[in-house]
Design a protein around this ligand. Structure first.
Ligand SMILES: Nc1ncnc2c1ncn2[C@@H]1O[C@H](COP(=O)(O)OP(=O)(O)OP(=O)(O)O)[C@@H](O)[C@H]1O
Ligand SMILES: [Mg+2]
Length: 337
């Protein structure tokens, strides 16, 4: 697989003019920081209001360079809004946001040159074929035509789309469109790749293929910001992640740390127990009832095995706890809004 073009940036960026010691918020609303402490993204009291509605509510987080960082949360949590502020598509209402040390309020053109974007909605040009979608996109970044052509061919190869290079966009499957958008996002050789639900609607083969590509990009030190509703995806791809709800960050950390911190390591699920209360057990076992399912969390499976016989007339499953358990615990298992 040829991906050499990624490591050969055609554009040289100057250091941010505001690169001074420490992360400071100066009077002029301009963040300053030392090159030694530069992060891929820094959000400080970041807020977005649409009219009176607060979509993102004074959140703070840092994405380290080269890490794979996840945004999880129910529908409407504020993930896309946060991402759109990062790639300068949506202006922030208040707070501070730096991308590779540049301030989204003042340095939009610098940031746009450094960031690759996979938006939540497919927005390919339906009037162009596959290769021309990439070539036309390259013009926004003033990449010379010959170089753009080479890069486009390499990226089609990287994303497994070479056979489709002359196909009209409308004739692509959903998974192929998604892969083409990822290829397009890489045309400007970004330092930071922002992917808003890149694998929604993809079959498991395509999803796993895309995960492999993202791991390869991460190995090449590209910072990855990823939103997803697939907990397995977050657990396998993200070094750290935030769980958001209603514009706030509920939890931030490494997937396994979040699991250990918020739910015990093992869980017994017991199904179809409508109307019954969970059994009371040893102090280390935490019982939760959600709908017709009981969940018993415990630090070791031995604490849970006695329960299996007590529920012998029900379907049950003893398994390691996972990020989905954390997500459901923090955001509410029974919500539908
Ligand atoms: N342009 C807009 N005007 C008004 N409200 C908006 C706008 N964009 C988003 N919102 C609202 O802001 C909130 C957060 O939306 P956002 O798209 O960021 O959520 P999300 O976490 O990405 O959700 P999903 O998982 O469904 O994609 C929602 O209540 C949404 O309706
Ligand atoms: Mg979204």
């Amino acid at each position: 697989m040829r991906i050499s073009a990624f490591s050969n940036p055609s554009r040289k960026q100057n250091a941010p003019s505001s690169a001074v010691a420490g992360i400071k918020v100066s009077q002029g609303n301009h963040c300053e920081q030392s090159p030694g402490r530069r992060h891929a993204v820094e959000a400080h009291r970041l807020m977005k209001k649409y009219g009176t509605f607060t979509a993102v509510d004074e959140i703070d987080f840092i994405v380290e360079r080269g890490e794979s960082f996840g945004l999880l949360g129910p529908n409407g949590a504020g993930k896309s809004t946060t991402m759109r502020m990062i790639y300068c598509r949506t202006p922030l209402t208040s707070g501070h946001l730096l991308v590779e040390g540049w301030d989204v309020r003042h340095d939009q053109s610098k940031i746009k040159a450094l960031v690759g974007i996979v938006p939540q909605e497919n927005n390919l040009d339906p009037d162009l074929n596959v290769i021309d979608n990439l070539n036309v996109y390259a013009r926004y970044f003033r990449i010379p035509a010959g170089e753009a052509q080479d890069r486009a061919e390499e990226l089609l190869d990287f994303m497994g789309l070479t056979e489709k290079r002359n196909t009209w966009v409308e004739a692509l499957s959903g998974g192929m469109k998604r892969r083409l958008i990822v290829a397009r996002a890489l045309m400007n050789n970004p330092k930071v790749l922002v992917l808003d639900e890149p694998t929604t609607g993809l079959d498991p083969h395509v999803r796993h293929d895309l995960w492999d590509r993202l791991r390869e990009l991460r190995r090449r030190q590209i910072t990855i910001l990823l939103s997803t509703h697939y907990m397995e995806e977050a657990q396998t791809l993200c070094d750290r992640l935030i769980i958001m709800d209603r514009g706030k960050i509920l939890a931030l950390g490494k997937p396994l740390d979040l699991i250990e911190r918020n739910v015990s390591r093992f869980v017994l699920e017991v199904h179809e127990v409508d109307g019954r209360s969970p059994l009371s057990l040893a102090p280390k076992v935490i019982a939760e009832a959600h709908g017709a399912t009981h969940y018993y969390f415990a630090p070791s499976p031995e604490l849970l095995t006695p329960l299996i016989s007590k529920y012998s007339d029900h379907k049950s499953l003893l398994r390691p706890s996972n990020l989905e358990d954390v997500f459901l615990k923090l955001t509410g298992r029974d919500r539908l809004d």
